[in-house]
Design a protein around this ligand. Structure first.
Ligand SMILES: Nc1ncnc2c1ncn2[C@@H]1O[C@H](COP(=O)(O)OP(=O)(O)OP(=O)(O)O)[C@@H](O)[C@H]1O
Ligand SMILES: [Mg+2]
Length: 252
Protein backbone atom coordinates (compact mmCIF):
# COMPACT_ATOMS: atom_id res chain seq x y z
CA UNK A 1 0.00 0.00 0.00
CA UNK A 2 1.28 3.48 -0.78
CA UNK A 3 2.31 5.73 2.08
CA UNK A 4 -0.59 8.06 2.88
CA UNK A 5 1.77 11.05 2.76
CA UNK A 6 2.56 10.21 -0.87
CA UNK A 7 0.30 11.80 -3.49
CA UNK A 8 -2.35 9.36 -4.71
CA UNK A 9 -2.00 10.66 -8.25
CA UNK A 10 1.21 11.88 -9.87
CA UNK A 11 1.06 12.92 -13.53
CA UNK A 12 4.36 13.98 -15.06
CA UNK A 13 4.69 15.62 -18.48
CA UNK A 14 1.77 13.67 -19.93
CA UNK A 15 1.35 14.10 -23.67
CA UNK A 16 -0.99 12.62 -26.26
CA UNK A 17 -1.52 13.17 -29.97
CA UNK A 18 -4.23 12.20 -32.41
CA UNK A 19 -2.19 12.20 -35.60
CA UNK A 20 -0.83 15.75 -35.81
CA UNK A 21 -3.27 17.07 -33.20
CA UNK A 22 -1.71 17.50 -29.78
CA UNK A 23 -4.61 16.82 -27.40
CA UNK A 24 -2.46 16.84 -24.23
CA UNK A 25 0.90 18.51 -23.90
CA UNK A 26 3.27 18.40 -20.92
CA UNK A 27 0.51 18.00 -18.31
CA UNK A 28 1.88 17.62 -14.77
CA UNK A 29 0.03 17.65 -11.47
CA UNK A 30 -0.29 15.83 -8.17
CA UNK A 31 -3.30 14.94 -6.09
CA UNK A 32 -2.76 14.37 -2.38
CA UNK A 33 -4.77 12.06 -0.19
CA UNK A 34 -8.12 13.70 0.62
CA UNK A 35 -7.63 16.51 -1.86
CA UNK A 36 -10.38 17.77 -4.19
CA UNK A 37 -8.94 18.91 -7.51
CA UNK A 38 -11.19 20.71 -9.98
CA UNK A 39 -10.31 20.76 -13.68
CA UNK A 40 -11.93 23.42 -15.81
CA UNK A 41 -11.33 25.02 -19.16
CA UNK A 42 -12.93 25.59 -22.54
CA UNK A 43 -14.56 22.87 -24.61
CA UNK A 44 -11.99 20.78 -26.44
CA UNK A 45 -9.14 21.73 -24.11
CA UNK A 46 -8.47 18.08 -23.18
CA UNK A 47 -10.15 17.77 -19.76
CA UNK A 48 -11.99 14.51 -20.47
CA UNK A 49 -8.97 13.04 -22.19
CA UNK A 50 -6.77 13.86 -19.21
CA UNK A 51 -9.07 12.30 -16.60
CA UNK A 52 -9.60 9.21 -18.74
CA UNK A 53 -5.83 8.76 -18.92
CA UNK A 54 -5.82 8.46 -15.12
CA UNK A 55 -7.73 5.17 -15.14
CA UNK A 56 -6.47 3.82 -18.43
CA UNK A 57 -9.61 4.59 -20.45
CA UNK A 58 -7.39 6.63 -22.81
CA UNK A 59 -3.83 5.88 -23.79
CA UNK A 60 -1.17 8.56 -23.58
CA UNK A 61 2.10 8.62 -25.53
CA UNK A 62 4.41 10.67 -23.32
CA UNK A 63 5.15 11.14 -19.66
CA UNK A 64 4.16 9.10 -16.63
CA UNK A 65 1.07 8.62 -14.51
CA UNK A 66 1.07 6.85 -11.16
CA UNK A 67 -2.25 6.24 -9.39
CA UNK A 68 -2.35 4.62 -5.96
CA UNK A 69 1.09 3.17 -6.58
CA UNK A 70 0.19 1.74 -10.02
CA UNK A 71 2.08 2.92 -13.12
CA UNK A 72 -0.79 3.51 -15.55
CA UNK A 73 0.29 2.85 -19.11
CA UNK A 74 2.83 0.16 -18.21
CA UNK A 75 2.33 -2.74 -20.59
CA UNK A 76 1.59 -5.19 -17.78
CA UNK A 77 -0.74 -2.93 -15.80
CA UNK A 78 -3.76 -4.67 -14.31
CA UNK A 79 -6.51 -2.38 -15.63
CA UNK A 80 -9.27 -4.16 -13.76
CA UNK A 81 -7.50 -3.66 -10.46
CA UNK A 82 -6.66 -0.06 -11.34
CA UNK A 83 -10.27 0.73 -12.23
CA UNK A 84 -11.50 -0.81 -9.01
CA UNK A 85 -9.25 1.68 -7.16
CA UNK A 86 -10.39 4.63 -9.30
CA UNK A 87 -14.14 5.24 -9.47
CA UNK A 88 -15.41 7.20 -12.43
CA UNK A 89 -18.64 9.11 -12.93
CA UNK A 90 -19.49 10.44 -16.38
CA UNK A 91 -21.77 13.12 -17.74
CA UNK A 92 -24.15 10.47 -19.10
CA UNK A 93 -24.80 8.23 -16.12
CA UNK A 94 -24.15 5.01 -18.04
CA UNK A 95 -26.08 2.71 -15.74
CA UNK A 96 -26.98 -0.74 -17.04
CA UNK A 97 -30.61 -0.32 -18.20
CA UNK A 98 -31.58 -3.95 -17.54
CA UNK A 99 -30.47 -3.87 -13.89
CA UNK A 100 -32.16 -2.19 -10.92
CA UNK A 101 -30.39 0.54 -8.98
CA UNK A 102 -29.33 -2.01 -6.37
CA UNK A 103 -28.13 -4.52 -8.99
CA UNK A 104 -26.16 -1.82 -10.80
CA UNK A 105 -24.24 -1.19 -7.58
CA UNK A 106 -23.78 -4.90 -6.86
CA UNK A 107 -22.42 -6.00 -10.24
CA UNK A 108 -18.76 -4.97 -10.07
CA UNK A 109 -18.56 -5.80 -6.38
CA UNK A 110 -19.47 -9.38 -7.32
CA UNK A 111 -17.44 -9.65 -10.52
CA UNK A 112 -14.30 -7.72 -9.63
CA UNK A 113 -14.07 -7.94 -5.85
CA UNK A 114 -15.70 -11.36 -5.56
CA UNK A 115 -18.04 -10.24 -2.77
CA UNK A 116 -20.95 -12.50 -1.85
CA UNK A 117 -24.47 -11.54 -2.95
CA UNK A 118 -25.28 -10.75 0.63
CA UNK A 119 -22.26 -8.49 1.22
CA UNK A 120 -22.67 -6.76 -2.13
CA UNK A 121 -26.36 -6.11 -1.48
CA UNK A 122 -25.69 -4.82 2.02
CA UNK A 123 -23.06 -2.41 0.71
CA UNK A 124 -25.31 -1.33 -2.18
CA UNK A 125 -28.14 -0.57 0.20
CA UNK A 126 -25.90 1.35 2.60
CA UNK A 127 -24.67 3.47 -0.30
CA UNK A 128 -28.16 4.01 -1.71
CA UNK A 129 -29.11 5.23 1.74
CA UNK A 130 -26.10 7.53 1.78
CA UNK A 131 -27.13 9.16 -1.51
CA UNK A 132 -30.76 9.39 -0.36
CA UNK A 133 -32.16 6.67 -2.65
CA UNK A 134 -32.80 3.61 -0.52
CA UNK A 135 -36.51 3.79 -1.33
CA UNK A 136 -35.63 3.49 -5.04
CA UNK A 137 -33.37 0.43 -4.75
CA UNK A 138 -35.59 -1.80 -6.89
CA UNK A 139 -36.21 0.70 -9.68
CA UNK A 140 -34.70 0.45 -13.14
CA UNK A 141 -32.74 3.45 -14.44
CA UNK A 142 -35.52 4.55 -16.79
CA UNK A 143 -37.83 4.96 -13.79
CA UNK A 144 -35.35 7.34 -12.13
CA UNK A 145 -34.76 11.04 -12.82
CA UNK A 146 -31.40 12.17 -14.21
CA UNK A 147 -30.28 13.40 -10.80
CA UNK A 148 -31.27 10.10 -9.20
CA UNK A 149 -29.47 8.09 -11.88
CA UNK A 150 -26.35 10.13 -11.35
CA UNK A 151 -26.51 9.50 -7.60
CA UNK A 152 -26.81 5.77 -8.29
CA UNK A 153 -23.75 6.06 -10.56
CA UNK A 154 -21.82 7.74 -7.73
CA UNK A 155 -22.91 4.99 -5.31
CA UNK A 156 -21.78 2.39 -7.85
CA UNK A 157 -18.31 3.95 -7.95
CA UNK A 158 -18.10 4.15 -4.17
CA UNK A 159 -19.07 0.50 -3.78
CA UNK A 160 -15.59 -0.53 -4.90
CA UNK A 161 -14.03 1.40 -1.98
CA UNK A 162 -11.91 3.42 -4.41
CA UNK A 163 -8.83 5.37 -3.44
CA UNK A 164 -9.97 8.21 -5.68
CA UNK A 165 -13.12 9.23 -7.54
CA UNK A 166 -13.00 10.89 -10.95
CA UNK A 167 -15.94 12.97 -12.16
CA UNK A 168 -16.31 14.20 -15.73
CA UNK A 169 -18.95 16.94 -15.84
CA UNK A 170 -21.34 14.95 -13.63
CA UNK A 171 -24.00 17.66 -13.60
CA UNK A 172 -23.88 19.07 -17.10
CA UNK A 173 -26.53 16.73 -18.55
CA UNK A 174 -28.97 17.48 -15.72
CA UNK A 175 -31.93 19.79 -15.56
CA UNK A 176 -31.06 22.74 -13.33
CA UNK A 177 -33.24 21.64 -10.41
CA UNK A 178 -31.36 18.32 -10.17
CA UNK A 179 -27.87 19.75 -10.15
CA UNK A 180 -27.99 20.60 -6.45
CA UNK A 181 -28.85 17.07 -5.30
CA UNK A 182 -25.83 15.65 -7.13
CA UNK A 183 -23.50 18.43 -5.98
CA UNK A 184 -24.66 17.89 -2.39
CA UNK A 185 -23.61 14.24 -2.59
CA UNK A 186 -20.23 15.34 -3.95
CA UNK A 187 -19.80 17.94 -1.21
CA UNK A 188 -20.56 15.29 1.44
CA UNK A 189 -18.01 12.97 -0.12
CA UNK A 190 -15.38 15.69 -0.10
CA UNK A 191 -16.14 16.48 3.55
CA UNK A 192 -15.73 12.79 4.38
CA UNK A 193 -12.20 12.98 3.00
CA UNK A 194 -12.64 11.29 -0.39
CA UNK A 195 -9.90 12.14 -2.86
CA UNK A 196 -11.61 13.58 -5.92
CA UNK A 197 -10.71 14.87 -9.37
CA UNK A 198 -13.68 16.72 -10.85
CA UNK A 199 -14.04 18.17 -14.29
CA UNK A 200 -16.81 20.67 -13.71
CA UNK A 201 -17.95 24.12 -14.59
CA UNK A 202 -19.84 24.44 -11.33
CA UNK A 203 -17.79 27.34 -10.07
CA UNK A 204 -19.53 27.40 -6.68
CA UNK A 205 -18.34 23.85 -6.08
CA UNK A 206 -14.86 24.71 -7.36
CA UNK A 207 -14.61 27.71 -5.09
CA UNK A 208 -16.00 26.26 -1.88
CA UNK A 209 -15.04 22.59 -2.08
CA UNK A 210 -11.97 22.50 -4.34
CA UNK A 211 -8.51 22.53 -2.78
CA UNK A 212 -6.82 23.12 -6.11
CA UNK A 213 -7.95 24.25 -9.53
CA UNK A 214 -6.33 23.23 -12.79
CA UNK A 215 -7.25 25.43 -15.73
CA UNK A 216 -6.66 23.81 -19.11
CA UNK A 217 -6.47 25.33 -22.55
CA UNK A 218 -5.46 23.66 -25.81
CA UNK A 219 -4.14 20.53 -24.11
CA UNK A 220 -2.00 22.23 -21.51
CA UNK A 221 -2.51 23.04 -17.84
CA UNK A 222 -2.25 26.80 -18.00
CA UNK A 223 -2.81 27.44 -14.30
CA UNK A 224 -2.64 25.43 -11.09
CA UNK A 225 -4.06 27.57 -8.33
CA UNK A 226 -5.90 27.60 -5.04
CA UNK A 227 -9.55 28.67 -5.42
CA UNK A 228 -8.68 31.94 -3.66
CA UNK A 229 -6.00 32.72 -6.23
CA UNK A 230 -7.98 31.43 -9.20
CA UNK A 231 -11.07 33.46 -8.45
CA UNK A 232 -9.21 36.33 -6.82
CA UNK A 233 -6.38 37.10 -9.21
CA UNK A 234 -6.29 34.68 -12.12
CA UNK A 235 -3.03 35.21 -13.88
CA UNK A 236 -3.54 34.12 -17.48
CA UNK A 237 -5.61 36.24 -19.82
CA UNK A 238 -7.19 33.02 -21.16
CA UNK A 239 -8.43 31.97 -17.71
CA UNK A 240 -9.78 35.45 -17.05
CA UNK A 241 -11.75 35.30 -20.30
CA UNK A 242 -13.02 31.80 -19.46
CA UNK A 243 -14.19 32.88 -16.01
CA UNK A 244 -15.87 35.97 -17.38
CA UNK A 245 -17.76 33.87 -19.95
CA UNK A 246 -18.82 31.24 -17.49
CA UNK A 247 -19.91 33.63 -14.76
CA UNK A 248 -21.55 36.10 -17.16
CA UNK A 249 -22.47 34.07 -20.27
CA UNK A 250 -24.50 36.86 -21.85
CA UNK A 251 -21.93 39.50 -21.05
CA UNK A 252 -24.25 40.94 -18.39
N1 LIG B 1 -10.73 10.02 -30.94
C1 LIG B 1 -10.36 11.27 -31.25
N2 LIG B 1 -9.72 11.55 -32.41
C2 LIG B 1 -9.34 12.80 -32.71
N3 LIG B 1 -9.51 13.87 -31.89
C3 LIG B 1 -10.12 13.64 -30.72
C4 LIG B 1 -10.58 12.35 -30.32
N4 LIG B 1 -11.15 12.44 -29.08
C5 LIG B 1 -11.05 13.75 -28.74
N5 LIG B 1 -10.45 14.46 -29.72
C6 LIG B 1 -10.15 15.90 -29.68
O1 LIG B 1 -9.37 16.16 -28.56
C7 LIG B 1 -9.69 17.44 -28.01
C8 LIG B 1 -9.93 17.31 -26.52
O2 LIG B 1 -11.12 16.57 -26.30
P1 LIG B 1 -11.71 16.40 -24.84
O3 LIG B 1 -12.97 15.64 -25.01
O4 LIG B 1 -10.67 15.85 -23.94
O5 LIG B 1 -12.00 17.92 -24.45
P2 LIG B 1 -12.82 18.50 -23.22
O6 LIG B 1 -11.97 19.57 -22.62
O7 LIG B 1 -13.27 17.40 -22.33
O8 LIG B 1 -14.07 19.20 -23.94
P3 LIG B 1 -15.60 19.36 -23.43
O9 LIG B 1 -15.59 20.51 -22.46
O10 LIG B 1 -16.35 19.72 -24.68
O11 LIG B 1 -16.04 18.07 -22.84
C9 LIG B 1 -10.88 17.95 -28.79
O12 LIG B 1 -10.42 18.91 -29.72
C10 LIG B 1 -11.41 16.73 -29.48
O13 LIG B 1 -12.00 17.06 -30.71
MG1 LIG C 1 -15.16 16.67 -21.81
Amino acid sequence: MPNSAEPIIVAEAVGKRYGHFQVLDDCSFKVANGEVVVICGPSGSGKSTLVKCLNGLERFDRGRITVDGVRVGDPGVDLTRLRSRVGMVFQQFELFPHLTAEENIMLAQRRVLGRSVRDARERARALLDRVGLLAHAQKYPKALSGGQQQRVAIARGLAMDPAVMLFDEPTSALDPEMIGEVLNVMVDLARDGMTMVCVTHEMGFARHVGNKILFMDAGTIVETATPEDFFGHTRSERAQRFLKNILHPMGL
